[in-house]
Design a protein. Structure first.
Length: 665
C-alpha cells in the first residue's frame, strides 16, 4: 500500500496524490521500515500523524470518556467483578499457564474455584435465585480469567445447584444448599446421553463430582396389576462417590471422556448406572411426586407438560451462555484492536508508518465487530433483567418470552463470536497465532458454546416456530408475546407500505435515523415471516408438514436471525436513550448506526437499489468508530492481567517489550 485512504461521506472527494516514485533503494527502505517496527515511534508522534490523516475525513475525533462509558456498561456489578479480577491477580499460582497437562489443568481449575469461594469469599450460589444479574456478572468475570473455570463454576451452581433449587422443593434446598454453596457437595448435571444408555459429556463427573442430577424415566407399577406405567422423564439426585473416601459407589460406573478441543480444565465424564438404589426423597419433586404407598401426583396433567416445565426451569443456562459469549467477544476485540493500534505498517513515502487500523480493510474487519459487541452487551443485559423478573413473578407470558429470547440470543451471539474469534486472530497476523496472545485458547474454549445448551441451528428453528405460531395467532385475533409486539404493527403496516430502504432518499441523516433503521429491520422480518408462511402452506400439501419444514429450512433460519437482529437493535436504541452521559450517548449512537447499517448492507439483497449509499456510509462510520476504538475497548474495563495478551496491553508502548521477553529476548 502506498498511502492511507481515509473515507469521507462526501460525494466530492479530494483525490490523494498517487505516489509511484521512490527515492530510496528498495533494500534501504525495507531496512528502515523494519527498524521502525522494532523501535516504534513514540505515541505523541504517531498521534500527530493520525491527526493529519483524520483532517482528511472532514470531522474531528469524537471525545469519549472511557471511564464514564464503562460505568454505564458495567453498572451496579462492577465491584463484584473487580473483586474477582483482583483476587486472581493477587494469586499468580492460580493463573493458568499456557502449557499445562490435562490432569494438572483440572486440578488447577478446582483450586481456582475453591480459592474463589472459600478464600476470596465470593459465593455465587446465593445469587442464582436472589440476584441473577449479579450471578451472571460473576460468571462473566470468572470466564474472562479462565473459560474452563467459568464453565466449572456454572456446572456446580447453575446446573447441579440450579436443578436442586428449581426442580426440587424445600426439603431439598434445606438439605443440599449449604454443601453446594461451600463446594462440599460437588455435583454434575446428567442429561446428555450416548444412544439412550450412558450419560455422556457430564461436567464434574470424571474427577470431582460427588452427586449427579440424573434425568431418567420414572416407571411406576400399577396397583393390583403387573403393568408398569411410564410417568415420563424426571430428575433424581444420585450420589456417585463416597463423601469421605471419594470412591465410586456400587452400581455406578464412571469413565473419563478424555482430552477435548478446549475447556480441558473441566473434567467431563461418562456415567452408567446398574441397579442403583436411591431414597424416594431423592426425586426432585416440584412437578411430580410419589407418595409412600406408590401413588403419583402432579399439578400438570400430561407427560409432555411435565417435561416442558422441567426443561423450562433450566433456561438460565442459555441466558448465561449468551452473556458469557459477549464477554469472550469483548476480550478478543480488545486484544485485536489494541494490537491494530500498535502495529505500524507502511505509509506514504518519506512519512512515518501508520497503524494498521488506519487501513480501511482492517476497519472493515474489526469496527462492525466492535459495534456488534456493544449491541450484544445491551441485548443480553436486557435478557438477564427479563430472566430475573421471570424468576420473581413466574408470569406465563414473560416465561414464554424469555424462552424464545434466550434461544435466539444464545444461538445468534455464540455463532457470531465463534466466527469473530477467527477474524481477530487473522487481523493480528502471525502474532495472533502465538498461544501467549490467547486467540487459540479463546477460540477452542468457546467453540462448544455453539452446541451445548442446545444446538444453535435447532434453537433458531425453535425461534422460527414461535414466530410462525405468533403469525397464526394474529389471524385468530390473539395477542402477541412481549418480544414479538413489533410484529403486530409490522403485519398491519410495513407489509402494506413500500420498502423503507428504497422508498425514501439516501441522505446520511435519513440512514442514521433510528426510526428508519428499525423500520428496515422490522420490514425484513415481516416479509420473511409472510413468505415463509406462504411457502410452508404450499409445500405441506405435497410433502406433509415435516417435508415442508425441511424444504423451507434455510428460509426459516434466516427469518429467525432477522428477528433476533431486530430485537438486538431495539435494545441498543433503548440503551442509548437511557444513557445519562452526553459523550457516551453520542459514542453509542455512532456505534449503533454502524451496527444497523452493517446489518442492512449484509442483507442488501432484501432491500436492493440503495447498496451504494449504505455501503459508502458504513465505510465512513467504520472510520469514525476507528477514531474512538481505543476508548471503546478501554470501556470494557479489562485489565492487562485479565486479557493476558502481550499484544493487547493497555499501554501500547510496553507490548513489544513483554512479547519479546516472553520468547526469551
Amino acid at each position: 500500500m502506498s498511502s492511507a485512504i481515509i473515507p469521507s461521506y462526501n460525494s466530492n472527494h479530494t483525490k490523494l496524490k498517487d505516489y509511484t516514485e521512490n527515492d530510496e533503494e528498495p533494500t534501504t527502505r525495507r531496512i528502515r521500515l523494519l527498524s521502525l517496527h522494532l523501535n516504534p515511534l513514540p505515541d505523541h508522534h504517531h498521534h500527530h500523524h493520525l491527526l493529519q490523516l483524520e483532517s482528511c475525513s472532514g470531522r474531528a475525533k469524537m471525545s469519549v470518556n472511557a471511564e464514564k462509558l464503562s460505568g454505564y456498561l458495567r453498572r451496579k456489578h462492577r465491584d463484584i467483578q473487580e473483586r474477582v479480577f483482583e483476587y486472581f491477580n493477587s494469586r499468580p499460582d492460580l493463573q493458568t499457564p499456557i502449557e499445562i497437562l490435562k490432569d494438572d489443568y483440572r486440578e488447577l481449575c478446582m483450586r481456582q474455584l475453591v480459592g474463589l469461594v472459600r478464600e476470596a469469599g465470593i459465593r455465587p450460589f446465593r445469587y442464582v435465585v436472589e440476584d441473577p444479574s449479579k450471578y451472571f456478572a460473576i460468571i462473566e468475570a470468572v470466564g474472562s480469567v479462565d473459560m474452563s473455570l467459568g464453565i466449572k463454576l456454572g456446572v456446580q451452581y447453575s446446573l447441579w445447584g440450579g436443578s436442586v433449587l428449581n426442580l426440587g422443593t424445600k426439603k431439598h434446598r434445606d438439605k443440599y444448599f449449604e454443601g453446594i454453596d461451600n463446594l462440599e457437595y460437588l455435583g454434575c448435571f446428567a442429561m446428555t446421553e450416548l444412544h439412550h444408555a450412558i450419560k455422556w459429556w457430564i461436567g464434574n463427573a470424571a474427577v470431582h463430582g460427588k452427586f449427579a442430577t440424573v434425568f431418567a424415566k420414572l416407571m411406576l407399577p400399577t396397583h393390583d396389576t403387573k403393568v408398569v406405567t411410564d410417568m415420563g422423564v424426571h430428575a433424581f439426585i444420585v450420589p456417585i462417590r463416597d463423601l469421605e473416601t471419594h470412591k465410586t459407589l456400587p452400581g455406578v460406573e464412571i469413565n473419563d471422556c478424555g482430552h477435548k478441543v478446549g475447556l480441558n480444565g473441566v473434567d467431563n465424564g461418562a456415567l452408567r448406572f446398574r441397579d442403583v438404589r436411591i431414597p424416594r426423597d431423592n426425586l426432585l419433586n416440584r412437578f411430580g411426586d410419589v407418595s409412600r404407598d406408590g401413588t403419583y401426583t402432579s399439578s400438570l396433567p400430561t407427560v409432555n407438560k411435565r417435561f416442558a416445565a422441567t426443561l423450562g426451569e433450566l433456561v438460565g443456562g442459555r441466558v448465561g451462555l449468551a452473556y458469557s459469549s459477549v464477554g469472550v467477544l469483548k476480550i478478543a476485540s480488545t486484544i485485536a484492536i489494541r494490537y491494530s493500534l500498535l502495529r505500524q505498517q507502511f505509509g506514504p513515502p518519506k512519512k512515518p508508518e501508520i497503524s494498521i487500523l488506519d487501513y480501511q480493510s482492517q476497519q472493515h474487519k474489526l469496527m462492525p465487530m466492535l459495534a456488534s459487541t456493544y449491541a450484544f452487551h445491551f441485548a443480553t443485559v436486557n435478557l438477564i433483567e427479563k430472566y430475573a423478573q421471570m424468576k420473581k413473578t413466574q408470569d406465563e407470558q414473560l416465561v414464554a418470552d424469555v424462552h424464545a429470547l434466550s434461544a435466539g440470543l444464545k444461538s445468534y451471539v455464540t455463532s457470531y463470536t465463534a466466527k469473530s474469534l477467527s477474524i481477530c486472530r487473522e487481523a493480528c497476523g502471525g502474532h495472533g497465532y502465538a498461544a501467549v496472545n490467547r486467540f487459540g485458547s479463546l477460540r477452542n474454549d468457546h467453540d462448544i458454546f455453539q452446541t451445548f445448551e442446545g444446538d444453535n441451528t435447532v434453537l433458531l428453528q425453535q425461534v422460527a416456530g414461535d414466530l410462525l405460531k405468533q403469525y397464526q395467532e394474529k389471524f385468530r385475533g390473539g395477542t402477541f408475546a412481549v418480544t414479538w409486539n413489533y410484529l403486530r404493527e409490522s403485519m398491519n403496516t410495513y407489509l402494506s407500505q413500500p420498502n423503507p430502504v428504497t422508498a425514501r432518499w439516501e441522505g446520511e441523516d435519513h440512514l442514521r435515523d433510528p426510526k428508519f433503521q428499525l423500520d428496515a429491520f422490522r420490514y425484513r422480518t415481516s416479509r420473511l415471516l409472510q413468505s415463509a408462511a406462504v411457502r410452508l402452506r404450499k409445500h405441506t400439501k405435497t410433502l406433509g408438514s415435516f417435508g415442508a419444514w425441511n424444504r423451507c429450512l434455510n428460509h426459516l433460519l434466516t427469518l429467525a436471525e432477522s428477528h433476533v437482529e431486530t430485537v438486538i437493535l431495539e435494545n441498543f436504541i433503548e440503551a442509548i436513550k437511557s444513557c445519562p452521559d452526553a459523550s457516551s450517548r453520542a459514542a453509542l449512537k455512532l456505534v449503533c448506526d454502524l451496527y444497523a447499517l452493517n446489518r442492512i448492507w449484509n442483507d442488501i439483497g432484501t432491500y436492493r437499489n440503495v447498496d451504494y449509499a449504505i455501503h459508502k456510509l458504513a465505510e465512513y462510520l467504520s472510520f469514525q468508530v476507528k477514531n474512538i476504538a481505543r476508548e471503546l475497548v478501554d470501556a470494557f474495563d479489562l485489565p492487562d492481567y485479565v486479557t493476558r495478551a502481550p499484544i493487547g496491553k493497555q499501554s501500547l508502548g510496553e507490548a513489544y517489550t513483554e512479547y519479546t521477553q516472553y520468547v526469551g529476548f
